[in-house]
Ligand binder design. Structure first.
Ligand code: HEC
Ligand code: HEC
Length: 215
């Protein structure tokens, strides 16, 4: 008897899992039909070509929905995104987020350098950024990015911490500078402002260059 009810419980669990997967696939497909107004800037697969437009591919869906809500409420300000977010329902946001989260991010091409000196400069910058990303700066109380954004820059979906890997350097510098100057609407207790305000411009540049190379 007990065995039987266990089997039933197992089947119920399995079928709820299958249902969840099907609902997810439906949402991704619906999302695909709702991104017409996003493609010109963010790309069909979320790999924008312009460095000021963030890549959305492989970004976690929780973070995408949060940002779209923030643009809609005006908490995060951007003239282009404000109008667009106004036209989206919460349901649209979820479908679009599921679609973009399912896409594969394309890494930045390896930089081209004029000479060996320029190459060395870039390597030094990336090494500095890598150190800051992993270890932070204890003396100046800059938290290690790895704690929230993960060892590979993959972010943390349940917590809503964004993935950062392979993002455009230019966009990363803008995002960090906006946080530093308190010009970006914030969630999660203003965490990023508290961190970025302690970073120098050089550190922002270094860590952004490092993150862009993470695959
Ligand atoms: C005209 C260009 C343009 C269009 C069209 C556009 N976006 Fe954006 N989007 C931007 C820019 C610019 C930013 C960065 C804003 C900033 O610097 O804070 C952005 C940021 C975002 C972000 C935040 C990403 C992050 O990493 O924080 C999301 C999510 C987003 N857009 C989703 C969308 C969706 C969904 C659509 C279509 C419904 C769309 N965008 C259409 C230009 C555009
Ligand atoms: C305590 C957790 C935490 C730590 C540590 C942390 N971050 Fe963040 N980060 C966040 C959260 C939360 C957000 C999203 C904020 C929001 O919703 O506006 C974020 C957003 C960002 C963004 C914007 C991403 C985008 O797509 O717009 C960048 C860039 C970033 N962090 C870089 C860093 C760097 C570099 C470090 C280390 C110096 C760092 N973070 C350390 C939690 C953290």
């Amino acid at each position: 008897m007990q065995k039987k009810s266990l089997a039933f419980a197992f089947i119920a669990l399995l079928s709820s899992h299958v249902h969840a997967e099907m609902a997810h696939a439906d949402s991704v497909n619906a999302g695909k039909t709702k991104i017409m107004s996003c493609i010109s800037c963010h790309g069909e697969h979320g790999n924008s070509t312009m460095a000021m437009f963030p890549k959305l591919a492989q970004q976690n869906s929780v973070y995408i929905v949060n940002q779209l809500k923030a643009f809609k409420s005006g908490e995060r300000k951007d003239p282009m995104m404000a109008t667009i977010a106004m036209s989206l329902t919460e349901n649209d946001m979820v479908d679009i987020a599921n679609y973009y989260a399912d896409q594969k991010i394309v890494a930045e091409p390896e930089g081209t350098f004029d000479d060996a000196e320029e190459r060395t400069e870039h390597d030094v910058l990336v090494a500095q950024g890598s150190d800051l990303y992993r270890n932070g700066d204890l003396k100046r109380e800059v938290s290690a990015c790895i704690a929230c954004h993960g060892p590979l820059g993959e972010g943390n979906k349940p917590a809503g911490f964004p993935a950062l890997k392979s993002q455009h350097t230019t966009y990363l510098i803008k995002a960090l500078t906006d946080f530093k100057n308190n010009q970006r609407g914030h969630h999660n207790d203003n965490m990023m402002h508290m961190i970025a305000v302690k970073m120098t411009e050089d550190e922002i540049k270094a860590v952004a260059n490092r993150i862009a190379t993470m695959k």
